[in-house]
Design a protein around this ligand. Structure first.
Ligand SMILES: Cc1ncc(COP(=O)(O)O)c(C=O)c1O
Length: 459
């Protein structure tokens, strides 16, 4: 992508703009990557160079970067009603229909949907609803949230507290009290020698139970998890993990909150990640793929008992004391509804299954021929490749070598956008990738890996 100082955009950006998840000094030295245009699965920089974005931006542009139908849906809504809200009983046909559609798609029988504008807000909404739920049932001391090591749940204060990543905490003195973390179900790094996946899952469930007893079951409201970890390194739990974990949660009356913000809407080869991993949540947070990233809209879908708690808490006439200006924004609703229509028309789940299997088989073949690839893992079009210094010993590279970050830079040069999470390379391309796109990703990946091998060998 275009580099620094060479144009006015870069200079202005450096002068005035603060970037998310970016080192300030490095940014001042190196400047921005200027992205000017998108077309299908491709993005283009200011110099006209083409990249296949194998991360769908931030795991979200499922229909690519220039979907004409989404543009038309947004434009039509803007000209009919460019803003309205959903406070104080307000609604419209599209927002009611989208709520119905989300309840139906998620299989949350008898449930309801609530709208917000970001994944973080959706996750925080689930936490507040969990508190109301327990309060109404006479258990107001149940307040703590158990999240997991390596989790990513967002950047607002409670969502960041639920993250299990040090880089989300260290500047801000987080996590807040009352947000605790359980071990990550990370087979490649967590299973001990000779242990089966089932035994590993049982050990994690036993550890969780011990943690709950230690914290005090009466102090714990909910457990939150991504079905498959995204930003923590594309980690797929063992098959038995969620059933065993959920038995423990039920025993201690702890709600299960499902962060589907990345996994939802086909990403894992099922409509929702919960179905890929056998999770049975009482609430689900949806965002990103909900609108194919084309509008900031998110939702919480809740089981009937959660809504019932909200209703009975306010039986004296009080309002649900929560809401965002843009909850149920009409343009967001129009874009999300159109995105879901397109997913259904394309049979996106079947398509992801086929394209995911094709990408996986390319990666498996390339992995066999590289000493740097320790593991290929994932589901559907959410794949991770863990780079290692010593393959048989699963020995990681020293973090200061920043091998994953080096791969990202090499891949950019080769026209491929990936996302390193430490030394795990993430692949989460637009779900509309064609066979040719998948083959291009694999070719550019292989070329970049060979370049990385040369760099690593040079020490
Ligand atoms: C799993 C997961 N949850 C929550 C979030 C937060 O979403 P947002 O950035 O829209 O607040 C993200 C963002 O990447 C995510 O990956």
């Amino acid at each position: 992508m275009t580099h620094p100082f060479s144009n006015a955009t870069a200079a202005r950006d450096i002068a005035f703009h603060v970037h998310s998840q970016t080192n300030p000094r490095l940014f001042e030295e190196q400047g921005p990557l200027i992205v000017t245009r998108g077309e299908g699965t491709r993005i283009y920089d200011a110099a006209g160079k083409e990249y296949i974005d194998a991360m769908a931006g931030l795991w979200c542009a499922s229909l690519g970067f220039s979907n004409a139908r989404l543009a038309t849906a947004a434009a039509a809504q803007y000209s009919q009603l460019g803003f309205y809200h959903t406070f104080f009983h307000r609604t419209g046909d599209a927002v009611a229909s989208l709520a119905e559609k989300l309840v139906d798609l998620t299989g949350m029988i008898g449930g309801k949907a609530y709208f917000a504008t970001s994944g973080s807000e959706a996750n925080e909404t689930m936490v507040k609803l969990a508190w109301v739920y327990h309060t109404v049932r006479g258990k107001p001391t149940k307040r703590k949230i158990i999240a997991r090591d390596r989790a990513f749940h967002g950047s607002t204060i409670a969502a960041a507290s639920m993250c299990g990543l040090e880089f989300m905490h260290r500047e801000f003195g987080l996590p807040l009290p009352g947000f605790v973390h359980a071990a990550a179900p990370y087979p490649y790094r967590g299973m001990v020698e000779g242990e089966s996946e089932a035994a590993f899952a049982q050990r994690l469930a036993d550890d969780l139970e011990r943690q709950i007893v230690q914290e005090g079951p009466d102090s714990i409201a909910a457990f939150i998890a991504e079905p498959i970890y995204a930003g923590g390194g594309i980690i797929v739990p063992p098959r038995a993990y969620f059933p065993k974990i959920q038995a423990v949660l039920e025993k201690y009356d702890i709600l299960c909150l499902d962060d589907e913000i990345v996994c939802g809407f086909g990403r894992t080869g099922a409509w929702f990640g919960k179905d890929t991993v056998g999770m049975k949540p009482q609430m689900m947070a949806l965002a990103k793929g909900l609108s194919s990233g084309h509008f900031p809209i998110s939702a919480v879908v809740m089981a009937p008992e959660i809504y019932e708690a909200l209703r009975s808490f306010n039986a004296n006439g009080g309002n649900f004391g929560h809401g965002f200006t843009n909850s149920g924004h009409p343009v967001g609703v129009a874009v999300a509804s159109e995105a879901i229509r397109i997913y259904e028309e394309l049979d996106i789940v079947g398509h992801v299954d086929r394209m995911g299997a094709r990408l996986r088989s390319h990666f498996d073949a390339i992995a066999k021929s590289s000493d740097l690839v320790g593991e290929v893992r994932g589901a559907g079009l959410m794949l991770g490749i863990e780079l290692v210094a010593d393959k048989p010993g699963r020995k990681p590279f020293a973090p200061e070598r920043k091998v994953g970050a080096m791969f990202d830079r090499i891949a950019y040069d080769n026209g491929l956008v990936t996302r390193c999470m430490g030394d795990v390379l993430g692949f989460s391309p637009p779900l509309i990738v064609s066979e040719a796109d998948v083959d291009h990703i694999a070719e550019r990946f292989e070329r970049s890996l060979r370049d990385l091998e040369r760099y690593v060998l040079q020490g």
